[in-house]
Design a binder for this molecule. Structure first.
Ligand SMILES: C=CCCn1cc(-c2nc(Nc3ccc(C4CCNCC4)cc3)nc3[nH]ccc23)cn1
Length: 312
């Protein structure tokens, strides 16, 4: 019953919705930019004595009406997700009557994976990167059980909760796959993160769990490149395409090199087994790519082998 549109419409009002009063939400500092809005650190302090808890608040970008509907969808999406590897929804805060709203989430102290990898690259082991990869995989496996496709899986949208836990964030582009199809076709591609896109997404705006798997492969590449700005996917693809190419023809050139089987190069010091995982995620035909369950099992096997080798 949970797949039929009527049930979904009914459930569009999030349950256990906590309401945060604007006047108690004290701004502290900026945290980052997401799809449809900026995220800021606030303290929700109803007692006014600084004992309130720190929360991450995503303010809807003002002006464009279309994003209010999209934003409401992002709030509805996050409010039904309950998984250790997905950032926790806390509630919403209405301001200006109900004209504007903000999404209140748990605050993750270490920020995005990109900053974390860049700052800690000298004490991040292969084992830890594999642990992070398996957590992202589990989060994606959970999303798939609810027929959600993330559509923007990238290291910039992974947050670090602790030295041994990462969570998937920013569900601004997430869509539900209709119950009678295995993919979602987007009408307005908007500003797309094409360097994380599967060929069918670039060419036909088709998104599925298997296009999320492609993006997961790119996240693996980012992880094992320590999210180094000098070898991030966009830079590596543009080097191959040629920086002289501009505008809309970038996606055409990108589609061509992928069609000709060019792929992101193996990151320095990346274990061969991990690079072959990436290559599986980047199979041109989506039905040849592994599912997240298979990927998760393969990562666990590599972790196990790594542990045994370490024992010598
Ligand atoms: C998902 C990516 C796009 C949108 N987005 C989400 C967030 C975000 N951030 C944090 N914590 C955080 C903690 C420290 C820092 C610092 C800042 C100063 N420089 C070093 C790093 C940055 C962020 N917790 C969160 N919970 C829910 C969302 C969320 C940020 N951007």
């Amino acid at each position: 019953v949970t797949q039929n549109p009527a049930w979904r419409a009914l459930s569009s009002v999030p349950h256990n919705q906590a309401l945060f009063e604007e006047r108690h939400l004290r701004y502290i500092s900026p945290l980052g930019k997401g799809n449809f809005g900026n995220v800021e650190l606030c303290r929700y302090d109803p007692l006014g004595d600084n004992t309130g808890e720190l929360v991450a608040v995503k303010r809807l970008q003002p002006n464009k009406q279309s994003t209010l509907d999209d934003f409401q969808k992002e709030v509805n999406t996050l409010s039904v997700l309950h998984c250790d590897y997905i950032v926790k929804y806390r509630g919403v805060c209405y301001s200006m009557g109900r004209l504007s709203m903000s999404l209140v989430m748990e605050y993750l102290p270490h920020g995005s994976l990109i900053g974390y990898m860049d700052n800690n690259r000298h004490n991040i082991s292969t084992r830890l990167m594999l642990l992070f990869a398996s957590q992202i995989c589990k989060g994606m496996e959970y999303l798939q059980t609810l027929r959600y496709v993330h559509r923007d899986l990238a290291a910039r949208n992974i947050l670090v909760a602790s030295d041994s836990l990462v969570k998937i964030a920013d569900f601004g582009l997430t869509k539900v796959i209709p119950f009678d199809k295995e993919y979602y076709r987007v009408t307005h591609p908007g500003e797309s993160p094409i360097f994380w896109y599967a060929p069918e997404s670039i060419n036909e705006s088709i998104f599925s769990h298997k296009s999320d798997v492609w993006s997961f492969g790119v996240v693996l590449h980012e992880l094992f490149s320590y999210c180094d700005i000098n070898c991030n996917p966009k830079r590596l693809f543009m080097q191959e395409i040629g920086h002289s190419v501009q505008g809309t023809s970038i996606s055409m050139h990108l589609a061509n090199i992928l069609k000709n089987n060019w792929r992101l190069p193996v990151p320095p010091a990346c274990p061969p087994k991990v690079y072959s995982l990436m290559k599986q995620c980047w199979k041109y035909n989506f039905d040849e790519r592994p599912c997240f369950t298979t990927l998760g099992n393969q990562i666990e096997t590599i972790i196990q082998d790594d542990r045994e080798n370490a024992k010598g």
